[in-house]
Write a protein of this length. Structure first.
Ligand code: HEC
Ligand code: HEC
Length: 339
């Protein structure tokens, strides 16, 4: 074949041939990629040890996502001691089970079980991230990892309070009391034995209490530290329902999607049986801002008028957008009266 006949050979095949040839190739690539994806996804779910550079790649992906979406806002509550205390409460019940009590990603119930493992928030990459990036990650979570998004449980102020507390864990906030993690007593066997799936509403409510992890903050019988001790300024059903639904002051909100009305009713019945609800064990009918003797406030208090000084502002730290926390207020006689 000389050069001319070769040219004629290829010319003769244009243009329909090329179109078929190229689209055939494309279909081939898509089919191979599809089969690959079908095999890779199940394999990824069994992948349990870090490859070289994988951690670096993961950190890069998280940083890029947070940088692209996070914006540039700096923490409006960075130097607010009340927020720091609320952030510590929220951290204790919502983050410590994965990231550890001190934020270093070890020693927690789930820290060893997760892959990728929960990040060390007390230093390293997390310390280098901006406030806005930490805020974005906490609010939205990270897909394909165990990191949940908290937009449904905490409003923006509560998330900024969490970010302030992360800075404290990183040693960037001088506060001797918040740098010590809170110790919430683990439920005792007797406390756990109160839970039952059938029987009276209080027993069912106890089961809901533990299933929803209320004990991670409030202890097995409302005996948590500091303001996490349940004191029940009002035993009114409407008040207790309102608190759980709206989550004021650093408590997460439990929406109808998380907790049905029926379950919440049993939970309320259970809470009314707790010793603190009956005026023992530190209850004494004190108003909400009061603290049991001998439990210093986690963050503020020394010198300054501490958290709870002004009743009105207290609800700012939690409740998702749109929640009506004012509905909880009338049931709190003396809230904001100071200590
Ligand atoms: C169920 C376990 C779990 C809980 C609960 C959890 N996290 Fe995470 N978190 C993770 C995991 C796993 C990662 C690591 C994801 C990865 O590999 O990039 C992570 C990553 C993060 C990061 C990114 C750190 C970085 O620099 O890459 C931040 C910030 C964070 N979590 C904050 C929080 C806060 C604040 C809370 C509580 C409000 C919380 N997390 C609760 C599992 C959890
Ligand atoms: C992440 C921590 C956290 C979790 C989890 C949590 N709470 Fe709270 N809760 C708080 C904080 C903080 C307050 C506010 C305390 C204050 O300001 O005195 C609070 C307040 C309350 C109050 C108001 C009465 C009082 O004595 O302060 C009730 C009732 C209550 N929580 C019940 C529950 C129930 C029921 C659950 C589970 C469905 C739950 N909490 C889960 C942190 C938490």
């Amino acid at each position: 074949m000389n050069r001319l006949t070769r040219l004629a050979f290829w010319r003769g095949r244009a243009p329909g041939f090329w179109r078929t040839f190229l689209s055939g190739g494309l279909v081939g690539v898509i089919v191979v990629a599809g089969i690959g994806a079908l095999l890779v996804a199940p394999w990824l779910l069994t992948h349990r040890s870090m490859w070289p550079l994988e951690r670096k790649f993961g950190n890069y992906a998280v940083s890029m996502a947070a940088r692209l979406h996070g914006g540039t806002k700096s923490n409006p509550l960075a130097i607010n001691r009340q927020a720091l205390e609320r952030g510590q409460y929220a951290y204790t019940g919502s983050c410590a089970q994965c990231h550890g009590a001190t934020g270093d990603g070890t020693g927690a119930a789930l820290s060893q079980a997760l892959f990728p493992p929960a990040t060390d928030l007390s230093g390293g990459d997390a310390a280098e991230k901006s406030d806005a990036e930490l805020f974005w990650i906490t609010k939205n979570g990270l897909s394909f990892t165990a990191m949940p998004g908290f937009a449904g449980q905490y409003n923006d102020d509560a998330i900024w309070a969490l970010v302030a507390y992360l800075r404290a864990l990183q040693g960037k906030q001088s506060s001797s009391s918040t740098s010590r993690p809170l110790v919430v007593p683990t439920p005792s066997a007797e406390e756990l034995a109160r839970a039952g799936v059938s029987g009276d509403p209080a027993a069912q409510g106890a089961a809901v209490y533990f299933a929803e992890n209320c004990q991670l903050c409030h202890g097995g019988s409302g005996n948590g530290p500091g303001e996490l001790r349940l004191r029940f300024p009002s035993q009114d059903d409407a008040y207790l329902t309102c608190v759980v639904r709206n989550g004021p002051n650093g408590m997460p909100a439990y929406s109808g999607a998380m907790l049905s009305d029926e379950d919440l009713a049993t939970l309320v019945a259970f809470m009314k049986t707790l010793p603190t609800a009956q005026g023992q064990g530190g209850g004494e009918g004190r108003p909400l801002p009061g603290r049991p003797p001998g439990t210093p406030p986690a963050g503020g208090g020394e010198g300054r008028p501490g958290p709870g000084g002004g009743g009105g502002g207290r609800d700012a730290y939690s409740s998702p957008p749109g929640a009506d926390t004012s509905a909880c207020e009338p049931q709190r006689p003396g809230a904001g009266a100071g200590r």
